[in-house]
Design a protein around this ligand. Structure first.
Ligand code: ZN
Length: 318
């Protein structure tokens, strides 16, 4: 039988914005085909998202005419007949990811200045791009004068991560959520509301947009564990790369690729030593990630244990 393929889905990568991700779930999207006016087809239904450009579509069973709706999707055409697709959640259900866009608990009094209030207003009125810019400014000014694990800095980093999530920068958002979750657990204890909120947001960001395997693959595209991270140029770019590496380490850890996880965290630690030094709280977070990798490694794997030991020796606190 000759099938006339209209659209072929590929694995969801990273093209959807936070809001569209929150309304949908990862799915093995169906390929559509019709033969002699019988089959399945995606037809228009909803509006185009201003942020990521995805369109609402309904998958129909076609029998001469669209006969039975099979599900609602958000799709982004990648040109030709290929699409990225995510299945719309039923009714008013929104995905777990939405929680990561909710208010961050425990706003420290010292961050509540004029700029913060303005950023928060922009955030609440649905202007995440402008909010991101302002939250970044406030964060940078606090980071210039406070420790990286100061509660005010951690709070502002979480606000930045939220705004990143809402504006299409999901890898950066995930990396930052994960980073603050670890930093907060080290500084405030794992049961503190901020630690729990950050860990929850990180977990939801990791789980709800793609499969663990695909996530590790996507992060691997952006972070190369064999090439040194340049730390003598743009500090922000280096910091971002370090966090991406740490995020890639955790993603590989989750799918049981301990050796690769070790390479990522090793590379991140090297750059963090150069950039911040061994005693910096951000370096301590990476050392903690290394510790997690070490705990997951099989004691029987002698080579891996040696590699881990060497890494722990090189990057021990001085
Ligand atoms: Zn969107």
């Amino acid at each position: 039988m000759r099938s006339d393929r209209e659209a072929e889905y590929v694995e969801p990568a990273d093209p959807f914005c936070g809001r569209c991700t929150a309304m949908t779930e990862v799915t093995t999207a169906p390929s559509t085909f019709t033969v002699s006016m019988i089959g399945t087809s995606l037809l228009g239904w909803g509006s185009r998202c201003q942020e990521c450009g995805s369109d609402g579509r309904v998958l129909w069973f076609i029998f001469g005419i669209p006969l039975i709706p099979l599900g609602r999707y958000r799709v982004i055409s990648t040109g030709g007949r290929e699409y990225y697709g995510r299945k719309r959640l039923a009714g008013r259900r929104v995905s777990a990811l939405t929680a990561a866009l909710q208010p961050v608990p425990d706003v420290p009094a010292e961050v509540r200045d004029e700029a913060y209030r303005r950023a928060d207003e922009l955030w609440l009125s649905g202007e995440p791009r402008d909010a991101l810019r302002l939250f970044e400014e406030v964060r940078a000014s606090h980071e210039a004068s406070s420790a990286a694990d100061d509660p005010a800095v951690m709070h502002l980093r979480l606000r930045v991560a939220q705004a990143l999530l809402a504006t299409h920068h999901r890898h950066a958002a995930l990396a930052l959520f994960e980073h603050v979750a670890a930093a907060a657990a080290l500084r405030l204890g794992p049961n503190h509301p901020v630690s729990q909120w950050a860990a929850d947001a990180a977990g939801r960001a990791a789980d709800s947009w793609t499969s663990p395997k695909q996530l590790a693959r996507l992060l691997a595209v952006q972070a190369d564990p064999t090439a040194e991270i340049p730390t003598d140029q743009d500090v922000r770019a280096a910091t971002h790369q370090i966090r991406l590496h740490a995020s890639a380490a955790r993603a590989h850890l989750r799918i049981g690729k301990i050796k690769q996880a070790l390479w990522y965290v090793d590379n991140a630690l090297g750059a963090s030593y150069d950039l911040h030094g061994p005693g910096h709280p951000d370096t301590a977070v990476l050392r903690h990630t290394l510790h997690t990798v070490a705990e997951a490694a099989s004691p029987q794997d002698k080579n891996l244990q040696d590699e881990i030991h060497a890494c722990q020796q090189t990057w021990r606190p001085k």
